[in-house]
Write a protein that binds this ligand. Sequence first.
Ligand SMILES: [Fe+2]
Ligand SMILES: [Fe+2]
Length: 381
Amino acid sequence: MSTAEIQRTDQEILDRAAQDDIDAIAAYNPDPDAVLHEVQDQADALFTWDYEKGSRPRLDKLYEKAKVSQWNAQTDLDWSIEVDPQKAFNIFTEVSNVNTGHWTEHPDSPAKNWGDKEWDQFSVESFAWRLSQFLHGEQGALLCTAKIVETVPWIDAKYYAATQVVDEARHVEVFNKYIDEKIGVRYPVNPHLQLLIDDIINDSRWDMTYLGMQIMVEGLALAAFGLMHQVTTEPLLKKLLRYVMADEARHVAFGVLSLQEVYQDMTAQEVRERQEFAFEAGIRMRDRLLQQEVWDRMGCDVKHAVKHGLDIPDEDQIFSQLLFSKIVPNCRKLGLLDAGDGWLRDRFTEIGVIELEHLEDTGQEYDAFTLDEGTPIPAPH
Ligand SMILES: [Fe+2]
Ligand SMILES: [Fe+2]
């Protein structure tokens, strides 16, 4: 069977009629008050009897680095710092391009008649929403990395993934504490983020966990934390993000270093399936950035707001594009952009993020994010 005969359509990949299907994008979390959410994990747990440590030197180096880079969310951060939500959040909203002419002046904008009071409220809601999605995404990473410990066949990767499980527990803890004690507003998980994490956990192929979580979700998180770290003047959040970023840079590197080896031996059809998965994840994350729950809480028509968000002209898309600044170069490094007929390149072009392909990939970048005193943090691209 040729590759062309078994390619899937957008309908099959995304489970909806069209990429920009407003009804599907504006969907809500069907059960926002639930305490538990169950996902079927289809993968086999693997033992290995090959215990030779360091047979994959780059993963071994990452593991040794992780062991000496642990921090404590309770004691390494000054939780006595008082946070003025309005001050901390307004700056971020201004920089994040939400408050541009497309929203403030465009005749079709659902926010065109808002005054300072509404924009101030929007800033707090939007910031609380972002941090809430980080929190839920961190729990997704916690579960996915525990899955990698079970499913990956290499001992060096099991060792490293075990350190990442501890990292992610700290991240869940620290974001939850910040939201709880300093903001007091939280949102349930966005349905597109949940859909993506469910797909990652549900998939039986162990390398898909890496692609979905380490490359796509954590790649976006690393870029988002970097932007927020750069613009916020709130000292507790700034330090918290700095600590989390040092870990996340290692996590993304773990994905790049592991998948490079796996993809080398795959058939064209197997690589195509990874391209489709990367595209699906890209769309889910674009959809999640439209923050429909915030527009709803602000009293706007959600479908109208989502459509208006999708219609933002290219010159105002800079912020959303930057969130893909780690994903696209890493997909390029893994050979996913141009494999086969360059299908993923075409799809990333359609969603306006292909220009980022030549930025630095994250395979080795984690050293630059180390927590050693005096090390300047790399600026977001
Ligand atoms: Fe994390
Ligand atoms: Fe992570």
